[in-house]
Design a protein around this ligand. Structure first.
Ligand code: ZN
Length: 329
């Protein structure tokens, strides 16, 4: 009798939440020529385990019509362990969590400027190079990296039609807005206040459970002069916590440069007494990262390359992982 009860409960459990059977969500994707079930699963972040293959066949029974062959151009539903974040754009919106090192850690990722303020605008090969777009693209790449490590991530400045862009050109646009839908206003002082208020409110909401809360604000510096200096990724902090975090990030940068660019000495430093509104007034531990100099051709060349923006985002993630691992949980 008892066994029967358990059996009934067991059956009810799986019937009641069929979507949870594999703990996964589904996405609809179009098969490319050469795709098979294995490759389509892998491309969408699902391991082609026997259960995933069985689920794929069940989901697409009609399209498959008894065969295991996919037709290019046809849509299929794929079970995926990932989630969809449209903010990253169609090429990057699927995010599969691959680790849990940052579980419980909260990050406020702030691509500097935005809305009516493009930040500093450089000129590269006859085209405009707006600071806010470079910062935003790098911010999205970093945010995505952190989500993959199970972090809780808030993307403070947002743009619905600019995801992660594998492009070397950027248009100046003004449609960015704040998380929550608030408009980015013209007044510089008010902008900084709004941004800080949004972050601080979230900080208060998350304070009771978060293992750590950090704000990363991304910018590109604009040193001018007769000869613009080339400057590596560098950091600005205004608190002891911010300085410690900057050090974790800077040390990681130093190590990565030594590994991947052994002929170039990394010269990025930390300004630990930066008198900046967002650093002085934000409740999370805050660091402002300058990715380079928007006016120097060498820095421009480095920052327009999507692979380089990705590398910076990867190195920053590694620095944050290092910083988080040093915290007593
Ligand atoms: Zn800036």
């Amino acid at each position: 009798m008892k066994t029967l009860k358990i059996l009934i409960l067991w059956v009810m459990f799986w019937v009641a939440i069929p979507g949870q059977v594999y703990g996964q969500e589904h996405v609809t994707v179009t098969a490319q020529s050469g795709d098979g079930i294995y490759t389509l699963l892998r491309k969408n972040g699902a391991q082609p385990t026997p259960s995933a293959i069985a689920e794929f066949k069940a989901l697409n029974a009609k399209a498959l019509d008894g065969r295991d062959v996919l037709q290019a151009g046809r849509s299929y539903r794929v079970p995926s362990s990932g989630k969809t974040y449209p903010i990253f754009g169609s090429a990057y919106e699927k995010v599969v969590v691959t680790g849990n090192s940052l579980k419980g850690h909260v990050y406020y990722i702030d691509g500097g400027h935005g809305g009516p303020d493009p930040g500093s605008v450089g000129e590269f090969e006859g085209r405009q190079l707006p600071e806010d777009e470079i910062a935003y693209d790098t911010a999205l790449r970093l945010a995505r990296n952190l989500i993959q490590e199970s972090a809780t991530v808030y993307i403070i400045v947002r743009d619905d039609d600019d995801g992660i862009r594998d492009t070397e050109t950027f248009k100046v646009d003004t449609d960015e807005y704040y998380l929550g839908g608030e408009k980015i206003v013209r007044s510089h002082t008010q902008r900084l206040r709004d941004r800080t208020r949004i972050v601080n409110r979230l900080y208060d909401e998350n304070k009771s459970w978060a293992k750590s809360q950090q704000m990363i604000s991304l910018h590109v510096d604009a040193y001018g002069g007769r000869v613009e200096p080339q400057i590596d990724v560098h950091f600005k902090a205004a608190s002891r916590g911010g300085y410690a975090l900057s050090r974790s990030l800077r040390d990681t940068m130093t190590a990565k440069y030594a590994e991947f660019q052994p002929n170039r000495v990394y010269k990025g430093g930390i300004d630990d007494s930066a008198n900046l509104f967002v650093l002085n007034n934000s409740k999370p531990v805050a660091v402002l990262i300058e990715l380079g100099n928007i006016r120097h051709s060498g820095d421009q060349y480095r920052l327009v390359k999507p692979a380089n923006r990705q590398a910076i985002a990867d190195w920053l993630r590694d620095g944050l992982l290092k910083d988080a691992s040093g915290k007593k949980l």
